[in-house]
Design a protein. Sequence first.
Length: 144
Amino acid sequence: MAEILETFSTYRARIEQSLQGIDKPIILSTDIRVPSLKGGDDRSIEMVPIAWPLYERDKPMSYVVAVPPNKSVPLHAHAEDVFRYIVKGSLVLNGSIQIDEGMWFVVKANTPYETYTKNGYKAFFQYNRVCRSSRPGGTHWIDE
């Protein structure tokens, strides 16, 4: 097995190649296949890229969000693509799409979606702009 020198240009090319032909309003990590890299003396360390062009964001706002059990977020949309990586727990997207721990998903800009979690979850979120949803009342956050 040859050693691979991963540079930004090779990384970006691998991500863009993995996205060829994917044109869906909601994209799951399981929809995209991108080769991982192996490292360490015994090649037991695996580095799996998140196959979404997060590198195109200027200065993304990143959050770890904890959602309690039995929580619903009603149907809404954002004016930008939203990225979520589920660190712990699970949720159901749009009533039928199961998103489990270790998965990520992207909801494309202006795509309505809703979520429900039975047991709660913790997720990594990214936004480019202020989090403002397109539902009556929008999202209200409190600075604590």
